[in-house]
Design a protein around this ligand. Structure first.
Ligand SMILES: [Zn+2]
Length: 80
């Protein structure tokens, strides 16, 4: 099914902005989406706070944690 908004080739692939993994390749999203009765993709679009509908990208939990850690480390270094 192709909606008006899904013009062929123009829609970016839904994947993690950082590691480029698609939701259905991330175990955590597969598990959680099942609880909601959604596909991993639908789950990200509806429930993931990092999802950006303009770029069609999200940040997966692993990358989000890594980023937080980097921020913490950078923040720590900035104090020097
Ligand atoms: Zn990622």
């Amino acid at each position: 099914m192709v909606s008006k908004h899904q013009i062929k080739g123009e829609r970016a692939m839904l994947c993690c902005k950082v590691c480029k993994k698609e939701p259905h390749k991330i175990g955590e999203y597969i598990r959680e989406s099942r609880e909601y009765g959604l596909t991993p993709e639908e789950f990200v679009i509806r429930e993931d706070g990092t999802y950006n509908k303009i770029t069609n990208k999200f940040i997966c939990t692993a990358c989000y944690c890594k980023q937080e850690l980097t921020n913490l480390i950078n923040g720590g270094f900035k104090k020097w």
